[in-house]
Design a protein around this ligand. Structure first.
Ligand SMILES: Nc1nc2c(ncn2[C@@H]2O[C@H](COP(=O)(O)OP(=O)(O)OP(=O)(O)O)[C@@H](O)[C@H]2O)c(=O)[nH]1
Ligand SMILES: [Mg+2]
Length: 222
């Protein structure tokens, strides 16, 4: 399967309006949507692919990625058997709710149970747009070190879940995971913190169980 490519042409109207429209589109189709964010290369794609592996038989899954050049991440999702759109951004462009709306329409929201929007880049809250997706998962890899936690506190304090990735490299990176977990909990008591490794499977079952639980809640409230 090949990813769908969406050229990121400017879309009219206020971005805030599109965020609301996207929320309605997803809610009306009972789609559980997750905005997965974190610095470049922190392990978002590998985390999601390992986690979704066990869900493909029970959920219809789609992904929206935004690689500038070749649609590498979107191709990874397709290779794993999921539908995917790559929003092809220009150099200075950022993902926004209007583009995610167009991409979600291309995927066919009526044919989805779970939508993953993978959004890489800077963790600064000012540059993390409100895409109209309530569940925001912010990833921090142990190889990024402690810096991002303090520099980008609002990114972690406004998430619905914080995930530490690449735990298998913690010793080599001299990264104190228990200290990071407690710092993230202090920054955001509402958001669970999960420690994961896509390489050795740490925490993947817990993350998958959270997604299954949220999906179940959505079905029950429909
Ligand atoms: N050791 C180790 N390496 C990992 C893990 N997860 C990802 N990687 C490696 O880290 C690199 C980046 O992983 P990706 O999953 O592509 O990261 P990403 O955040 O999706 O990257 P962008 O989308 O480009 O921002 C790859 O070389 C992966 O093999 C992990 O849990 N452990
Ligand atoms: Mg990626």
């Amino acid at each position: 399967m090949e990813p769908i490519v969406l050229e990121a042409a400017p879309v009219g109207g206020h971005v805030g309006d599109w965020a609301a429209r996207l929320g309605e589109l997803l809610d009306s189709n009972n789609v559980l949507a997750m905005h997965v964010t974190g610095g470049d290369g922190c392990g978002k794609t590998h985390l999601m692919l390992e986690t979704l592996k066990g869900l493909g038989s029970s959920m219809r899954i789609g992904a929206i990625c935004s690689d500038c050049g070749i649609a590498l991440d979107a191709q990874h999702y397709c290779d794993a058997g999921f539908k995917a759109v790559n929003v092809k951004l220009e150099d200075s462009q950022r993902l926004n709710s209007a583009l995610v709306y167009s991409a979600a329409e291309k995927l066919g929201p009526e044919e989805l149970d779970l939508l993953v929007v993978e959004h890489s880049g800077n963790l600064l809250l000012a540059t993390r747009p409100d895409l109209g997706i309530r569940r925001v998962i912010t990833c921090l890899s142990v190889t990024q070190g402690w810096g991002p936690i303090e520099k980008f506190q609002p990114a972690f304090s406004s998430s619905t879940m914080n995930i530490i990735t690449k735990s298998d490299l913690a010793r080599a990176a001299k990264f104190d995971i228990p200290r990071a977990v407690s710092r993230l909990r202090r920054l955001n008591a509402r958001a669970p913190v999960i420690v994961t490794s896509a390489t050795n499977g740490d925490g993947i079952d817990s993350f998958r169980a959270c997604i299954q639980q949220e999906s179940q809640n959505l079905v029950c409230s429909a």
